[in-house]
Ligand binder design. Structure first.
Ligand code: NDP
Ligand code: GUE
Length: 300
């Protein structure tokens, strides 16, 4: 069997169209322009890709983009002062501090400093708690994007076995919560899981969010399963010439696509959805901040 390739790039474009329509309505009817602030500390290469793609797309959907680049050795107090200003700024509806940050800073403390209503990454304990208890939250962009792709591909997810490999606060845990809310039977696997290939073979929905290039092989995949590859890894590609690299996911696409029913590619799968959902979350946060109805089809 050869899997259907889930076109995240095309789907993300439709999400951005919906966001752009919502932004246009906000501007025309209420004179409000949603604003997204992104804070980048230091020069992590993966983060730079993300910030670059995001900046142009924020402008394209008609939002204001506020980019703050801080040096790798920025004092903690200076970063907090910036977050405090963004929290207080009525033109800013979403705040994202790009991770990882340099070692002298604490991701936990940074997230705690952000106003939960502007936490478009869904990382604040208030948002994690709201999601876990089934209430209205800001939901992390990557899990939200994965959920949209799965619903589009499969329709109802009810009763399906979902295995999420990875338990990070940004991806694995919130995605598991979303799948549980859609009535999947959810297993969260991680680096201590015994016989991971066997656990994965039980999955109707298999999510890889690990950060290990091409770890999930075709013989880990149940025939016909939906495979969502969250991983973004840059590896050497000598076949493209000396010193060249390419992006691969956490799934070995060549072997897995022989077995799966549907699979996301890397690039062109989850990555573009993450950015589209970041814009969607900013629009949602802006509507909530102004007591206006939320856009349809852009929230979990
Ligand atoms: N496409 C996108 O938009 C995005 C992509 N990413 C990518 O997704 C991947 C995961 O990101 P993130 O969740 O932030 O990563 P983290 O490093 O925070 O978490 C990785 C998780 O994978 C688990 N893990 C590591 N090695 C193994 C192994 N050998 N077997 C089983 N589990 C393992 C870890 O287990 P343990 O907890 O036991 O250590 C951990 O729970 C990365 O490649 C990242 O670049 C991330 C965000 C957005
Ligand atoms: N606070 C925080 N929130 C995040 O959501 C977050 C983060 N920090 N730190 C880094 C990771 C990584 N991440 C990516 C998102 C999109 C692409 C993306 O657009 N990928 C394109 C490829 C881009 C290319 O060609 O290089 C694709 O997969 O098609 C990549 C990586 C968000 N992350």
């Amino acid at each position: 069997m050869t899997a259907t390739i889930i076109d995240g790039k095309a789907f993300a474009a439709t999400v951005r169209e919906k966001v752009a329509a919502g932004v246009a309505t906000l501007k025309a009817d209420h004179g409000i322009t949603p604003g997204l602030a992104v804070v980048l500390v230091g020069e992590d290469p993966a983060s730079q890709v993300y910030v670059r793609n995001k900046g142009t797309q924020t402008i394209e959907v008609g939002m204001n983009s506020f980019e703050h680049k801080l040096p790798a050795d920025v004092p903690e107090a200076e970063l907090y002062a910036l977050i405090d200003r963004l929290n207080a700024d009525p033109a800013v509806h979403g705040i994202l501090v790009q991770f990882p940050v340099p070692d002298h800073l604490s991701e936990t403390d940074i997230v705690a400093r952000i106003d939960p209503a502007k936490d478009v990454d869904g990382l604040h304990v208030v948002n994690a708690g709201l999601l876990a208890s089934g209430q209205k939250a800001m939901v992390s962009c990557t899990p939200l994007g994965c959920l949209m792709l799965l619903r589009d591909q499969l329709g109802s997810l009810s009763g399906l076995n979902a295995v999420v490999v990875g338990r990070s606060n940004l991806v694995g845990k919130p995605l598991a919560q979303l799948l549980l809310r859609d009535s999947c039977t959810v297993t969260i696997a991680h680096s201590r899981t015994k016989d991971l290939p066997e656990v994965c073979r039980g999955a109707d929905i298999l999510i890889a969010a690990v950060g290990r290039p091409q770890m999930v092989k075709g013989d880990w995949v149940k025939p016909g399963a939906a495979v969502i590859d969250v991983g973004i890894n840059r590896i050497d590609a000598p076949e493209r010439g000396e010193g060249k690299t390419r992006l691969v996911g956490d799934v070995d696409f060549a072997s897995a696509s022989e077995v799966a029913g549907a699979i996301t590619p890397v690039p062109g799968g989850v990555g573009p959805m993450t950015i589209a959902c970041l814009l969607a979350n900013t629009l949602t946060a802006c509507c909530r901040a102004n007591d206006l109805p939320e856009p349809d089809g852009l929230t979990a």
